[in-house]
Design a protein around this ligand. Structure first.
Ligand code: 5AD
Ligand code: SF4
Length: 524
């Protein structure tokens, strides 16, 4: 494979970004060379997302462009990875003959073999080219590590501190794959399969190796991280190691752990990573499910200084009726009680979430209830989505998508405006405080064309351009973005990947502005 140029583009969520990083490491070890320009690539891979139709349309348009290249006689191998490969399967191969390889998120460990087969044989059979159902089948509570090759992919990730494709100070570690919640609008339980928890020792080993490679911030990933739960002593161990495990039913979170059972809960996992990997300065996690978020987790967050007091806990709606139709498993009052509990234990926590507008049957009154939630709770930000009916979900079968697109758009805009006010309030409360900031980028204020980073409009300039004045941008433990002038006498680039302290002087809905202060001053 030596030197075969590959282009890999990722759509969608953080889970996909991590999958792409693992795929990249795996293919680089086999000698593939990654390029930034798809036109220079002999292998083009799209790691796709099916959560909303918009993400799928974008991927289809890219697939169309590669199709044109192939029609003009170019030798390009096209692979579609991720949720669309899982969801569309053979149908995609029929409709898009330019696609050579399909590989669902549960089969990424097999990608090199699939690419190899496709490269060797233009005539590879469709069955050979289609990834099977991955870990969707609910086999038993224990997945033998032999069967669960995906675990091998996570464990064998590249730890090269200079590896392309990731900021070396910041890394992501999966703790749970899949989801068992079956919210009625969501494809994830179908594309990523049943909830499978990785053994805590595997997670800790991965964190240690990332720390050794220079990571100071780790984000633990799972669709509902607080449902992480690993029961020891029940696994068939392979080579003396514990194996990944299918998650228990929800009842497990609503009762005490039975006597005699040894269980690693999410709280315990956080505590262990915090204590056993002290080089990690910031330990984060996404996404939290607003139900079953025990006080034990909040107490560990309170007692462990390097765990970030930041929660991304999607409310999805403020209307009980809609929450019921969504099968979210909580009422608005329960969501509010959850948030109240968070701030009781962690007064300086920050809260973010996701909201869907225009869910089937959403009336003006339902929408108003959501507006009220956004007005009253201290969300630092909310990602707001227009409901998008997804094939294969419960909602598309059971409900009519009856809120007109124009109404969805208006509600989306109205909620964004309300969220802007709430964000301003949340950010303003930080003015006058001194906060630690993990520096991520240097930028030249207001000299270069703007680009969007994490939903925030900032002005950037490439490092090569060496502008006269440079500012720093980074994040607080609570994931608030801070812009500040670089301290005098320091090369700003040298601070990237380091934690500095900033005194916050003013704030807007999207940004805190601050001045760098020496650590000794910050500590006082
Ligand atoms: N339509 C719109 N938004 C959706 N999400 C998930 N499925 C859909 C859908 N069918 C949103 C939810 C979720 C986020 C990742 O995407 O808000 O939290
Ligand atoms: Fe989808 Fe609900 Fe699972 Fe989140 S919790 S991944 S919205 S099914």
């Amino acid at each position: 494979m030596s030197g075969v140029p590959v282009y890999l583009e990722t759509f969608g969520c953080q889970m996909n970004e991590l999958d792409s990083e693992l795929v990249r490491g795996q293919l680089m070890r086999l000698g593939y060379a990654f390029v930034d320009d798809p036109d220079q690539a002999q292998v083009v891979l799209f790691n796709t997302c099916s959560v909303r139709e918009h993400a799928e349309s974008k991927a289809y348009s890219r697939i169309g462009i590669v199709g044109k290249r192939k029609a003009q006689g170019e030798q390009v191998l096209l692979g579609v990875l991720g949720c669309m490969a899982e969801r569309d399967g053979l149908d995609m191969l029929r409709r898009y003959p330019q696609v050579d390889v399909l590989c669902g998120p549960g089969e990424l460990d097999r990608l090199p073999a699939l690419l190899d087969a496709a490269r060797r044989s233009e005539a590879a059979s469709q069955v050979e080219r289609v990834a099977l159902a991955g870990n969707r089948t609910r086999r038993s509570a224990v997945l033998s590590a032999v069967q669960d090759d995906l675990e091998t992919l996570d464990l064998s990730r590249a730890f090269d501190p200079d590896a392309e494709g990731r900021r070396k100070h910041s890394a992501q570690v999966r703790i749970t794959r899949g989801c068992n919640k079956f919210c009625t609008y969501c494809v994830v339980p179908y594309t990523r399969g049943a909830e499978v928890h990785r053994p805590p020792d595997h997670v800790i080993e991965e964190c240690k190796r990332l720390a050794d490679a220079g990571a100071i911030e780790i984000t633990l990933l799972g669709q509902t991280v607080n449902h992480y739960r690993y029961e020891h002593g029940m696994a068939v161990t392979v080579g003396g190691r514990e194996a990944p495990q299918i998650g228990p039913g929800l009842a497990a979170f609503r009762s005490e752990i039975p006597a005699g059972k040894r269980v690693t809960t999410f709280a315990r996992l956080l505590q262990r990573i915090h204590d056993e990997v002290p080089a990690i300065q910031r330990l984060r996690f996404v996404t939290s499910y607003p139900r079953d978020f025990g006080r034990d987790i909040l107490e560990v967050m309170r007692d462990c200084p390097r765990i970030c007091r930041y929660l991304h806990a999607p409310a999805q709606s403020g209307s009980d009726r809609i929450l019921g139709l969504m099968n979210r498993g909580y009422t608005r009052a329960e969501y509010e009680a959850f948030v109240q509990g968070v701030f009781e234990v962690l007064p300086d926590a920050t809260l973010a979430g996701d909201i869907i507008v225009g869910f089937p049957g959403e009336t003006d009154a339902d929408f108003e209830a959501t507006c009220d939630l956004v007005r009253t709770l201290p969300f630092k930000n909310n990602f707001i989505f227009k409901y998008s009916p997804r094939p294969g979900t419960i909602a598309i079968d059971r409900f009519t998508d009856d809120v007109p697109d124009e109404v969805k758009r208006l509600r989306n805009n109205q909620l964004l405006a309300l969220q802007t006010h709430t964000s301003e309030r949340v950010h303003a409360a930080w003015v006058g405080r001194t906060v630690p900031v993990l520096v991520e980028e240097c930028y030249a204020p207001s000299t270069a064309p703007s680009r969007t980073a994490g939903g925030v409009e900032l002005r950037w300039e490439s490092r090569e351009a060496a502008p006269a004045r440079k500012a720093l941008r980074g994040r607080t433990p609570g994931d608030l973005i801070v812009a500040m002038d670089a301290p005098a006498g320091t090369a700003p680039e040298s601070l990237i990947g380091h934690i500095v302290h900033a005194h916050i002087t003013n704030a807007s809905a999207l940004l805190l502005h601050g001045a760098c202060v020496p650590e000794a001053v910050a500590a006082r």
